[in-house]
Design a protein around this ligand. Structure first.
Ligand code: ADP
Ligand code: MG
Length: 347
C-alpha cells in the first residue's frame, strides 16, 4: 500500500504502539534510541541504538527514512533541526522548541487567551520570595521534566532547600485545588481535516497517570471549551499529527491548561480499543500524509496504568473479551515505571 519508511525517535511504549499502527498500514519503521533495551525494537523493522549526539549513527538513521516523528518531546532541539534539514520532522521542530520549555509553552497558551495555572519564571530563592503569592505551589524544572520528575511541592518558603544552587531555570506554579483532570487528544491532518476525541477524565497519583476513562463526567460547556481550545492550539501551531492538551478543572469549574504534549499520550491509550482508529493510527496517517478516515467511537472505556511490580500480577491474569491488556515488555521493573496498561470496554 505504501513505500514510506517512518523514522521514530524514542523506543518506549509510545514508540512500540506507533510501530504497531504503522505495520497495519504497511509502513516500515526505523526506531532510534539511546535505550539499548527499548521495547519498541520488538515492533520496529529496524532499530538503531546510539546516543543522539552520535553523528554517524544519526546520518545512518536519516538516510534510511523518509519522514521522522518522535515519541517524547525532550529531544535536544538542535538534533531535531539537523534531521529536519534532510528529512521532514513532523511535528515540526519549532513546535517542540516551544513545548519543551514550560515558560514558552505557558506564554504561548496565555497569548491565545487560554487560561493556565498562575505561574512565574524563577531562577533564584529571591524570585520565589517575590512570588510568594503563588505558594502553596509547585516548582517545576523549566525543561526536560516528565512524570513528575524535576518537580518540588513548596508549601511555604521554608520548603526551599538551602543548598539548591538553582543551576536550572524553573517555573513556579500555584497549586490548583483540583476538581478533576481531563485531557483532549486531537489528530490534525490540516486546517480543515482533524479529529478531536471526546474529553478523557484522568486520575494521577504521585504526579503519574493512574487511570483514564470516557466519558468524562463534566458539563457540556467544559466539554466544548476543552475541545475548542485544543483545536485553537493545534491550528496556531500548524500542528500535524496527534497531540494532547492536559487540563485542570478547579473547584470553581475553571478550565485551565496544564500542559501540551506534542505527541501521542498515555491518556489516549483507550482510543486503541474504544475507537475504530486510535491516536496512534491517526498520528501515523497524518505524519505520513495519508488521508483522514471516518473516525468512530465503539464503546466507553477505562484504562488503568500498570506500574512497577504490579506487572507481575497482570502477567499471570486472564482477561475477559472486554479487557485488553498491553504488556510493554520492559526488561527491568522499576518502582512507578509504566510497565503496561489494561483497557476495559464499558457499556
Ligand atoms: P509532567 O510534565 O511530569 O507530566 P505535569 O506538570 O503534567 O508534569 O504534572 C503532573 C501531575 O501533577 C498533574 O497531572 C497533576 O496531577 C499534578 N500537578 C501538576 N501541577 C499542578 C498544579 N499546579 N496544581 C495541582 N496539581 C498539579
Ligand atoms: Mg503531564
Amino acid at each position: 500500500m505504501s513505500n514510506i519508511k517512518l523514522g521514530i525517535i524514542g523506543s518506549g511504549q509510545l514508540g512500540s504502539l506507533l510501530c504497531q499502527a504503522a505495520k497495519k498500514l504497511n509502513i516500515k519503521t526505523v526506531v532510534i534510541s539511546d535505550d539499548r533495551q527499548g521495547p519498541a525494537q520488538n515492533y520496529s523493522d529496524e532499530f538503531i541504538f546510539t546516543e543522539y549526539t552520535n553523528q554517524d549513527k544519526m546520518k545512518e538513521f536519516i538516510e534510511k527514512v523518509d519522514i521522522v516523528t518522535y515519541e517524547f518531546e525532550n529531544i535536544p532541539i538542535e538534533i531535531l533541526k539537523r534531521i529536519d534539514k534532510e528529512k521532514r520532522v513532523i511535528p515540526k521542530p519549532e513546535i517542540n522548541q516551544i513545548i519543551q520549555n514550560r515558560k514558552l509553552e505557558k506564554k504561548f497558551i496565555n497569548d491565545l487567551g487560554i487560561k493556565t495555572t498562575e505561574w512565574a519564571f524563577v531562577k533564584s530563592f529571591e524570585d520565589i520570595k517575590k512570588n510568594k503569592n503563588l505558594l502553596p505551589g509547585i516548582l517545576k524544572i523549566n525543561t526536560l521534566g516528565y512524570d513528575g520528575h524535576g518537580q518540588f511541592v513548596l508549601n511555604s518558603l521554608a520548603d526551599v532547600k538551602k543548598d539548591w544552587l538553582f543551576s536550572s531555570d524553573y517555573i513556579l506554579e500555584k497549586k490548583v485545588n483540583l476538581n478533576k483532570e481531563i485531557s483532549i487528544i486531537i489528530s490534525r491532518f490540516n486546517k480543515n481535516e482533524f479529529y478531536t476525541y471526546e474529553p478523557i477524565e484522568n486520575v494521577h497519583i504521585d504526579q503519574i497517570l493512574k487511570r483514564s476513562k470516557i466519558p468524562a463526567v463534566i458539563s457540556n460547556e467544559i466539554y466544548k471549551k476543552a475541545q475548542a481550545n485544543a483545536k485553537l492550539i493545534a491550528d496556531k501551531l500548524e500542528y500535524i499529527g496527534t497531540m494532547c492538551v492536559e487540563y485542570f478543572i478547579d473547584q470553581n469549574n475553571n478550565l485551565l491548561v496544564n500542559e501540551i504534549a506534542p505527541r501521542v499520550h498515555n491518556s489516549g491509550h483507550l482510543t486503541i480499543n474504544a475507537f475504530n482508529l486510535s491516536q496512534f493510527d491517526n498520528h501515523v496517517r497524518a505524519v505520513c500524509g495519508l488521508s483522514i478516515e471516518k473516525i468512530e467511537k465503539i464503546a466507553n472505556a477505562e484504562m488503568e496504568n500498570v506500574l512497577g511490580k504490579e506487572i507481575e500480577v497482570y502477567r499471570n491474569k486472564s482477561f475477559s473479551d472486554k479487557e485488553f491488556f498491553f504488556d510493554y515488555k520492559k526488561k527491568v521493573i522499576k518502582e512507578k515505571r509504566k510497565m503496561g496498561h489494561l483497557t476495559t470496554l464499558k457499556e
